[in-house]
Design a protein around this ligand. Sequence first.
Ligand SMILES: *[C@@H]1O[C@H](CO)[C@@H](O)[C@H](O)[C@H]1NC(C)=O
Ligand SMILES: *[C@@H]1O[C@H](CO)[C@@H](O)[C@H](O)[C@H]1NC(C)=O
Length: 127
Amino acid sequence: MFTIRQLSIISFLLALFTAASALPLAVRDVFVPPVTYPHAGTVWKVGSHHNVTWDTSNAPAQITNKEGRVVLAKGGILDNEHPLAKGFDILLGRIEVKVPDVEPGKDYTIVLFGDSGNDSAEFTITK
Ligand SMILES: *[C@@H]1O[C@H](CO)[C@@H](O)[C@H](O)[C@H]1NC(C)=O
Ligand SMILES: *[C@@H]1O[C@H](CO)[C@@H](O)[C@H](O)[C@H]1NC(C)=O
């Protein structure tokens, strides 16, 4: 197994090689797709189903970790023990989740993990 650091070095070297012959492309070894839904103003009801969505348009050809995970956070505190979804392909661009039975609040965020994490804007969960 390669570490992420080793993979970064390898992809950097590969990029150097291809840069000589191909158009210069930005070196992106870490894919951090921005979460597009939920967004500011979104209200979710406990027990309902929603599609979390994210933008995959900047996905590099090589992704070190394609396995996605969606975690709910309140006030910036992640509930890593109970991911809302996991083991899906990060290139899907959406994943359906069920809103868990949590305290109502206006400071919830969704954090999407693949190579790295990206969090949504704060949104509201009601009973
Ligand atoms: C998450 O995505 C937003 C929107 O593209 C971006 O501004 C932000 O830098 C990203 N966060 C991380 C940790 O990469
Ligand atoms: C989520 O998206 C899929 C595919 O578009 C759709 O079939 C499903 O009904 C959506 N779920 C919700 C809760 O909107």
